[in-house]
Ligand binder design. Structure first.
Ligand code: AP5
Ligand code: MG
Length: 192
């Protein structure tokens, strides 16, 4: 199995690169942001509660996203592997993911972090906000709050994988194809 964590701040390109990686490596894409937006679209109670936090650029509680990942892992027992996009976002989420993957007798091979400065992130997200309809892309203050939430709560997750010798950081600025090639190179080098 190939299990990859794609890491980086809001707007770093996690979703964009995931779309290409799932095709090349035949992986299942698990984006907790996408899963939460599906719950919102379906009008579930979980979706309604999550929306209040997401619209403010704040993280939803760990147990909510861990529960969603747990059920997706159960539903995809025969997958060739997974890309985790936007998850784990806290150290407790990372620890829970290790436990879950262990239960399935597998683990994370590599975490690839996309490094992009906050000016470029803001530029990308405001641009996307013109067409995405995502409430959290709509203004600069909200985007800054998302980046702050990332800096405060999510950056320690990089140390978690670094301690396991699985962390790789790459430049997330450049063409989508060049960045994709760099990621593939890192993945191929990590799988022996
Ligand atoms: P989530 O959906 O994960 O959003 P995010 O992390 O804020 O990241 P984005 O999806 O905005 O960015 P991305 O890195 O995927 O970039 P993309 O490829 O789209 O989370 C949303 C919310 O849900 C959170 O704020 C939180 O409330 C909640 N949540 C989700 N997961 C959670 C968790 N685990 N725990 C707790 N709460 C959670 O690219 C962005 C734009 O840039 C696009 O327009 C794209 O076309 C463009 N672009 C991409 N690559 C390039 C490039 N190389 N050059 C120029 N433009 C580019
Ligand atoms: Mg995304």
């Amino acid at each position: 199995m190939l299990n990859l964590v794609l890491f980086g701040p809001p707007g770093a390109g996690k979703g964009t690169q995931s779309e290409k990686l799932i095709r090349k490596y035949n992986l299942v894409h698990l984006s907790t942001g996408d899963l939460l937006r599906s719950q919102i679209a379906a009008g579930t109670e979980l979706g309604l509660r999550a929306k209040q936090l997401m619209d403010q650029g704040l993280l939803v509680p760990d147990e909510v996203v861990i529960g969603m990942i747990e059920s997706k892992l159960r539903d995809n027992q025969n997958a060739a592997g997974f890309i985790f996009d936007g998850f784990p976002r806290t150290v407790p989420q990372a620890a829970a993911l290790d436990v879950l993957l262990n239960q399935h007798e597998t683990g994370i091979n590599i975490m690839v972090a996309l490094v992009v400065d906050s000016e470029e992130l803001t530029r990308r997200l405001l641009l996307r906000g013109q067409t995405s309809g995502r409430p959290d892309d709509q203004n600069e203050e909200l985007i800054r709050r998302r980046v702050k939430e990332y800096n405060d709560k999510t950056t320690p997750v990089a140390d978690y994988y670094s301690q396991q010798g699985k962390f790789v950081a790459i430049d997330g600025i450049g063409t989508i194809d060049d960045i994709f090639e760099t990621i593939c190179h890192k993945i191929d080098g990590s799988v022996v």
